[in-house]
Each structure stands twice: as C-alpha cells, then as structure tokens.
Design a protein around this ligand. Structure first.
Ligand code: DAK
Length: 263
C-alpha cells in the first residue's frame, strides 16, 4: 500500500489516508487501497474502526481534481462508481467506523466522513461541498447523506453556495458530534472506539444494521427490522453474560471481552 496505513490496537483498527502532498485527496489508487484495506480487516478480532487522514492540515481535501479534470463521461461514471462502492462499503461495514476529521473535509472528503457512523473533528477542521464551483454536483453521495444528516435546508445551503464551514458550525448543525484540539482528536477517537469494542459485539453490529436499514423504510417496517435484530441477540452468549452480570450484581457490570462469537 502506498497511500493507506493500517494499525491494529487491541480490538480497534485505525485506517489512515496517507497522501499528505495532495492533502490526502482521493485518486483511483487511494480508493482501490481503501477498499482493499477494509476488505482485509479481520472482523473476528476488530470491533470498531477509526478513519483519519495523515498530517495536521487535512482529513481529505476531496476527490483528486487533477485526475478528474480529464475524465470522459464514461470514465467519470467509472470513477464515481469506484468511490461510491468504497463509501457504501464503509457505510455498511458490519462494525462501527468513526471518522476522526483532522482538517479539511471538502467534497469527497466531507462525503467519506458522512459514510462513517460517527464524526468527530479537530478545531481546525473545515467542511464543505465545493462541487458546484467546479462545475459538477457532489458525486459520492453528498446530496443524499448531507441532507439526511443536517436536514434538507442546511444541506441545500451548503451545496448551492459551496461555502465552507468551520468546526464550530459543523458541530452546531449536527454534522459532527464533538470538536477537540488537534492533538486530542485521535486519542479521543480511539477511546470512543475502545468503549464501543468493550460492548457486546453482536449487539453493536445489530444496532448499526437496525439504524441503517430502518432509516431506509417506513416506521412499521423499521420496527420489524428492529424486532428481528433484537431477537437475534438472545442466541448469543453476550446476552446471557450481560444480563447474568446484572442479576448477579457483578460490580463491574461489564461483559468480559471475549472473541467475537459467530452465530
Ligand atoms: N485534488 C488534487 N490535489 C489537491 C486537492 C484535490 N482535491 N486539494 C489539494 N490538492 C493539492 C494541491 O494541488 C497542492 O499540490 P501542489 O501544488 O503542492 O503539488 C497541495 O495539495 C496543497 O494544496 P494547496 O497548496 O492548495 O494548499 P492550501 O493550504 O493553499 O489550500 C485547500 C488548501 C484545501 C483550501 C485547497 O487545496 C483546495 O481548495 N483544494 C481543493 C478542495 C476542493 O475543491 N475539493 C473538492 C474536490 S471536488 C464524482 C464523485 C465525486 C466527486 C466528483 C465526481 N463522480 C460521481 C464522477 C468529488 C468531487 C470533489 O471532491
């Protein structure tokens, strides 16, 4: 891998987009390597992933404008599909993915963060969908995910004006859950990931699936999805241990961290 690094810390995987000379912009190679990295994550030993960018200036400054500038219609569609496939892989990845946004998150950078489950950022983070200034529409899901996250009115304002917003505004509109000084961002993301990893892994996976799948359908169907995933938990050892700990008044009231149990 030239542009992606992967580190495993306990049950937490850290994926870093490492192309600082281009502010971690997403070219075809970065997208291919990202896909291969997520495909290689061992889901038996990993319970949460942190996605971040290398350096102190940029998370991802967008899709690679140099590479895109010469694309034909067919090549543009192929590039768009490549990006969308990777972003959907992250969005539907069985375990939670936390975006630790350490600077610019523009265009495809904002979009990849929105395909993650949770976004936290550094004080120097800048978000925006500048595409209409480049003569294109957001093409990696920006028109869809931004509206779902911050509401149609705010999404339309950001996309139509192509105006960037800073970390405090991103926090105010609900695009990120928290803002940290830069040096505290990655430790905070890892701590959150480790906290998730200490919970019952099948239950966490089922929560992600229930939320994601339920948001695509009406409430009557969504509740059925939830019921099914709730029921599944009663086939797990974690459910027995988790409830047993409570009933036995185990002071820790925590699950012992055991390897992932396949159902
Ligand atoms: N692509 C390629 N290179 C980039 C880049 C990008 N998006 N952003 C920055 N770089 C490169 C710069 O060219 C520069 O390279 P050198 O000149 O040193 O070789 C280096 O990174 C440092 O950048 P700057 O010198 O510009 O640094 P500054 O601090 O002055 O400015 C900046 C930082 C982030 C404000 C500025 O670099 C900037 O405005 N960058 C472009 C941001 C942007 O517009 N991003 C959105 C790209 S559009 C599609 C699907 C998706 C998409 C498109 C199509 N389909 C479905 C087909 C997505 C589109 C986008 O993301």
């Amino acid at each position: 891998m030239e542009f992606i690094t992967y580190e495993q810390e306990g049950f937490v995987g850290v994926v870093t987009i490492n192309r600082p000379k281009a502010l971690n912009a997403l070219n075809s190679q970065v997208l291919d390597e990202l896909e291969a990295t997520f495909d290689a994550i061992d889901l038996d030993t990993t319970r949460a992933v942190v996605l971040t960018g290398a350096g102190e200036k940029s998370f991802v400054a967008g899709a690679d404008i140099g590479e895109m500038s010469t694309l034909t219609k067919a090549e543009g569609e192929a590039f768009g599909k490549k990006g969308n496939d990777v972003f959907r892989k992250i969005e539907t990845f069985p375990i939670p993915v936390i975006a630790a946004i350490n600077g610019f998150a523009l265009g495809g950078g904002c979009e990849i963060s929105m395909s993650c489950d949770i976004r936290i950022c550094s004080e120097n983070a800048v978000f925006g969908q500048p595409e209409v200034g480049l003569g294109i529409t957001p093409g990696f899901g920006g028109t869809q995910r931004l509206a779902r996250l911050v509401g149609a009115g705010m999404a339309k304002q950001m996309i139509y004006t192509a105006r960037n917003i800073k970390a405090d505004e991103a926090y105010r509109i609900g695009l990120v859950n928290a803002v940290y000084p830069l040096e505290e961002l990655l430790p905070a993301a890892k701590k959150m990931a480790a906290g998730i990893a200490a919970n019952a892994p099948i239950a966490v996976r089922n929560c992600k699936k229930a939320i994601n799948d339920g948001l695509q359908v009406d409430m009557d169907q969504a509740i059925v999805i939830e019921e099914k995933l709730f029921g599944d938990c009663f086939e797990t050892e974690d459910q027995k241990a988790g409830m047993g700990n409570f009933l036995e008044k185990d002071k820790e009231k925590k699950l012992k961290v055991v390897p992932f149990q396949n159902k």
